[in-house]
Design a protein around this ligand. Structure first.
Ligand code: ADP
Ligand code: MG
Length: 695
């Protein structure tokens, strides 16, 4: 039996290790950097580096790495041994302050979207002292930001840290207006619920689509999917439980607060939710979690699929991004509170999010756009491509009453003025019933549910922090100059509700009526990456990100282009994989099966038996073989005609408009052929085996 207290964080250079191992003065100086964002003194860095090295060596580490998050959503690491030559052929193990604080990464092959040309490939990594260093596979990993020589962000961490600063700055202005002088910083908190699939590795290894694309590109529907609802919260299979226990231990050792685990809706689908943390740490931890899920699965002869839509016909996987704002004094700004004062402050922060989401639907949609997530959003299983907010009936009624100047106090209608009356209590669970909403208020936090399962949570939180910072900036500008704070506050809240209530929708987001209704309300509906990503460089968005010093115009352009480029590349890989499987596996298999079937039918006929059904199956198969061959030709042709020198936008649009439909047509025929072909003749494992074999 593992003792969690002993296990938790044993591979993390965390606060208690620092307190034990650093001289008092160094510890205090480092804390100034961590808590107040003060620049780190080189002397302090040297002492910390040395202590970190000694600790890592004791724990069996041999190398260190600046662990960073480049723009392709995975993590990058280059290992350096703690080794320095000594005269006489000996070596010593060294690690300097300079090596801790800054690294140089010749990472010319990482995507940079034009921010850095290959001939000046240098990028720099800089330590993020707010996220603890940790040991993984004998490597001391130092969480770092990654920038170009000119200081442009080449990664997902830098803008996240900048957006946290921006949010803090504006939120503190608001708190001052409410007389809260104790809080000096406000930090976004994030709790990402991570969904994933587990499949047997022996089966995985026999499917090129899983190997190359991480998802199935062919596969007829099995007789049973998720329709009985018997998997969600069902008893966890023995093999999966062993995986989960192992995963928990690994995550606990790395200081990740893995808490909740359960079976999800689709067969073979599961979820893990950690306890929330400050946004940049939650983001680092989510990357570690995804990596560990993949590694630990292999120990159990399983493969963890993080793709958004590994199987057609059953739910795909997402990541619910629970988000709130906390002061450094531990106060949750989205907690409704008991007193009139707290209620007023809550309503202001709440409406700041409502305004932010309404004004920036495009950015929220763009932040979750990826080739994989396109298959999920709007698929009646995940939130639609339309962004709206669920507030729950009671909170909505309160806002409506405030707007109308009417009075609301729970069941009894009484006079209610912002800042004079406390909000009536609304039971938290009633705020969490609508699972179809992309952006739901769940009692004391918002849950942004549109993120893809494989994505870094950084993009979504960069957008969230920045757009809310902007609302708060506008609010603070108005309120700071108001003659009468209380009446200005009341007016501002009422006006914000009036201007942005169209974004609130408590109904069923999966219903076709909502699409119509949303159109009437003027809400955006962007169904693909190709629609969504270009908005990063709309004038309004460049202005927004530049105002808050989160991303410059060129950094935004690079993100848009990398996203579109990787979309085109992913679809190209998927299409090539389909061609390979269709030509080299499906076609030969069905032709050979048709030959055998023809021989059997002929010999039966010769023996005098009359068997019309054999021939009709045969002719169906032969017809579909011809169709399959034709569709292979169409898809190959579509790939051949791909524009070579187009802009990322043109390439992505071509893949979306021309290649994706050809892939769907090819798949349709192949899946039908699977359903009428001898099981033993099918060249790779089928959906029923993949989805139902892990016990
Ligand atoms: P559900 O499935 O009902 O949404 P879960 O327990 O699976 O609930 O997940 C809720 C997630 O929200 C957890 O990761 C939790 O830590 C996180 N969370 C709770 N409060 C906050 C908060 N104030 N800020 C950010 N995340 C939060
Ligand atoms: Mg959940």
């Amino acid at each position: 039996m593992v003792r969690m207290e002993e296990l938790f964080g044993i591979n993390v250079f965390n606060d208690s290790v620092m307190r034990q191992r650093l001289p008092r003065e160094t510890y205090k100086a480092l804390h100034k950097t961590i808590d107040d964002g003060r620049r780190l003194d080189p002397e302090v860095a040297s002492v910390v580096a040395n202590a970190m090295k000694d600790w890592a060596l004791e724990r069996g580490a041999t190398h260190y790495t600046h662990w960073f998050q480049p723009l392709n959503s995975v993590t990058a690491e280059k290992h350096d041994a703690f080794i320095s030559p000594m005269p006489g052929g000996a070596v010593i193990q060294e690690f300097s302050g300079k090596e801790l604080v800054r690294g140089e990464a010749d990472a010319s092959s990482l995507p940079n979207g034009g921010l850095r040309s290959t001939f000046e490939a240098r990028g720099y990594t800089a330590w993020d002292p707010t996220s603890y260093a940790f040991i993984k596979d004998h490597i001391l990993c130092i969480p770092t930001a990654y920038c170009s020589y000119g200081g442009e962000a080449l990664d997902k961490k830098t803008p996240l840290l900048r957006s946290m600063e921006a949010l803090s700055k504006q939120a503190v202005r608001i708190l001052r207006l409410f007389g809260r002088m104790d809080a000096t910083r406000v930090m976004p908190t994030v709790g990402p619920e991570q969904e994933y699939f587990l499949v047997d590795k022996d089966l995985f290894d026999r499917r090129s689509d899983l190997i190359f694309a991480g998802r199935t590109l062919f596969g007829a529907k099995p007789p049973k999917g998720q329709e009985l609802g018997d998997h969600f919260f069902g008893t966890i299979q023995t093999r999966v439980q062993a995986f989960m226990s192992d995963l928990n231990e690994e995550l606990w050792k790395l200081g990740v607060l893995a808490k909740t685990e359960h079976n999800e809706t689709a067969p073979s689908q599961h979820e893990m939710a950690p306890i929330y943390a400050i946004a940049n740490i939650a983001c680092d931890h989510n990357q570690i979690t995804m990596e560990m899920m993949k590694k630990v699965a292999l120990r159990h002869n399983l493969v963890c699929l993080l793709a958004e839509k590994p199987f057609a016909g059953v739910n795909g996987s997402g990541k619910h991004n629970n988000w709130s704002m906390f002061t450094n004094t531990g106060y949750n700004l989205l907690e409704p509170g008991d007193s009139p004062h707290e209620s007023a402050q809550f309503l202001l922060f709440l409406t700041s999010v409502i305004k932010a989401v309404d004004e920036n639907q495009d950015l929220l949609r763009a932040a979750v756009a990826s080739a994989g997530n396109d298959h999920r959003l709007g698929g009646f299983e995940a939130p639609p491509a339309i962004i709206s907010i669920f507030l729950g009936d009671e909170l909505t009624e309160i806002l409506e009453a405030l707007e109308a100047g009417a009075h609301y106090d729970g069941r009894e209608k009484t006079d209610m003025t912002v800042g004079v009356h406390a909000l009536p209590k609304f039971p938290r669970d009633t705020t969490d019933r609508n699972r179809t909403s992309p952006f739901a208020f769940t009692g004391n936090k918002f849950e942004f549910r549109s993120l893809g399962s494989s994505a870094s949570v950084s993009d979504a939180n960069v957008v969230l922090n920045t757009i809310v910072a902007e609302s708060l900036r506008v609010f603070a500008d108005e309120l700071e100059t108001a003659a009468d704070f209380r009446s200005a506050l009341h007016d501002l809240i009422v006006r914000t509700i009036h201007d942005h209530k169209r974004i609130i929708f408590n109904g069923n987001n999966y219903s076709p009526e909502w699409v119509e209704e949303a159109k009437k309300r003027g809400l955006l509906c962007m169904s693909s990456v190709v629609d969504a990503l270009p908005c990063y460089t709309a004038d309004k968005n460049i202005r927004l990100f530049e105002t808050h010093h989160v991303l410059s115009a060129s950094e935004l352009r690079s993100r848009r282009d990398i996203g579109l480029d990787s979309y085109a590349k992913i679809i190209n890989i998927e299409a090539e994989t389909m061609l390979m499987m269709a030509r080299r596996q499906i076609l030969p298999a069905v032709i050979s099966y048709a030959g055998k079937l023809a021989a059997s039918c002929s010999s039966l006929k010769e023996s005098g038996a009359s068997l019309s059904c054999g021939f009709s199956v045969l002719s169906d198969i032969c017809q579909n073989i011809d169709d399959l061959d034709e569709q292979i030709g169409f898809l190959a042709d579509a790939l051949n005609r791909k524009p070579d020198a187009g802009s990322p936008e043109e390439s992505a649009a071509y893949m979306h408009d021309t290649v994706l439909p050809a892939m769907a047509a090819l798949r349709g025929i192949a899946d039908y052929l699977e359903s009428i072909t001898d099981r033993a003749a099918w060249p790779f494992p089928t959906y029923d085996e993949l989805l139902f074999s892990v016990r």
